[in-house]
Write a new protein. Structure first.
Length: 370
């Protein structure tokens, strides 16, 4: 709570509005109508709720669930405070505070809040439209719950997203953006191929010395619009590794992976030959990770909106790849989808450059691969 807030005066009669913060524990403060000063109860060890993260909404049984993405504390200012802000963990419960106020703007003024989040249980529930407009005219940001969580977490929590939220908005692509994206893909792929050519020759020798089989392996993946295509990668597994088991998720200490293959996966160097798919136009340099059709069919049956990843071309690297660990289950696929949906809605040249920069760090330090 803002320390400048004056709670010494008596509360006014009127509608009680609820303010939900992201900290855990017992309520910080409860003020009832016409309460005397000695009726104000403070928690033994109150946590500070940043004003910028207060959410004002009408009382509802679903408020805590609707703002589940609220961070427990404000993020420190750093180089990762922009597009590449650090991942914020979700709190297990929200904390509430009740104050007396006749109108929503009055509650916002008392709390000196700069953001109002609409977290209603029913999408058809009427909203105080006039009051919300006045708040926006007064400099207060008004956001639906999923947009607020999207800004804070840099992903779209599926628990807050409705189909209508994804159906309405500005255009996701244009002829100009597609042309710029294509030029970027060709430029980055050419640079990568030229710089990595000597390395690819050395890795080819190591693969042949380490295990029997070809240097490259070819596999079918699902591309834009669900169209299948074939991709080449450096071989990291033993020949016929899935002959008995069939397609299975990768896992830690995977026995199918060769010694050189483990190094290639850790550094993501096995992905380099995918630049040829970029030249053909089947892939982009930056985009959602291409999945095998066998897994895509399974995931679509269990995870809503998974098919929206196919709105853009898959990429050699991507937002989900640098923000989340290597996926090895349906739950991992669900978590990575939240980052993929964020990329689909916010992709830009700047975001692609930032992803490439962080991918280079992953290659150097080997984070997040199996």
């Amino acid at each position: 709570m803002d320390s400048r807030l004056d709670l010494s005066g008596p509360a006014q009669n009127g509608e009680v509005l609820r303010v939900v913060g992201g900290a855990e524990g017992p309520p910080l403060l409860s003020v009832q109508a016409e309460a005397a000063p000695d009726e104000v109860a403070l928690a033994p060890s109150p946590s500070v709720v940043p004003t910028a993260h207060l959410v004002v909404a009408a009382p509802s049984a679903s408020v805590e669930a609707s703002v589940a993405a609220l961070p427990t504390q404000s993020r420190p200012e750093s180089v990762e405070g922009g597009q590449l802000a650090a991942v914020v963990q979700l709190p297990s419960a929200a904390q509430s505070l009740q104050i007396a106020a006749r109108t929503l703007p009055e509650a916002v003024r008392q709390l000196r809040a700069d953001t109002v989040v609409i977290a209603t249980e029913d999408a058809q529930e009427p909203l105080p439209i006039d009051e919300l407009i006045r708040l926006r005219l007064g400099g207060v940001t008004v956001l639906p719950a999923h947009r607020f969580a999207e800004r804070v977490l840099r992903r779209l929590p599926l628990s807050l997203v409705r189909a209508s939220d994804l159906a309405v908005g500005p255009a996701l692509t244009s002829p100009m953006s597609q042309a710029i994206k294509r030029l970027f893909d060709l430029a980055m792929s050419s640079i990568l191929l030229v710089c990595a050519a000597p390395l690819l020759a050395a890795l080819a020798i190591l693969i042949k010395l380490d295990s029997q089989g070809p240097v490259f392996y070819v596999q079918e993946r699902t591309g834009r619009g669900g169209k299948p295509y074939r991709v080449r990668k450096l071989r990291t597994m033993h020949v016929d590794a899935e002959k008995v088991s069939g397609p299975v998720w990768a896992r830690q200490s995977d026995p199918r992976v060769t010694r050189v293959g483990a190094f290639l996966r850790k550094t993501r160097l096995d992905e380099i030959p995918q630049v040829f798919a970029v030249f053909r136009g089947d892939m982009s340099f930056v985009g959602p990770r291409p999945e095998r059709p066998f897994f895509v069919q399974q995931i679509k049956q269990q995870i809503p909106f998974f098919g929206l990843r196919e709105a853009v071309k898959p990429g050699i690297t991507g937002w989900a790849q640098i923000r989340y660990q290597y996926g090895s289950s349906i739950e991992d696929a669900k978590s990575k989808l939240e980052y993929d949906l964020y990329y689909v809605e916010h992709r830009s040249l700047f975001l692609d450059l930032a992803i490439c920069f962080h991918t280079a760090k992953i290659v150097l330090f080997g984070r997040g691969a199996r």
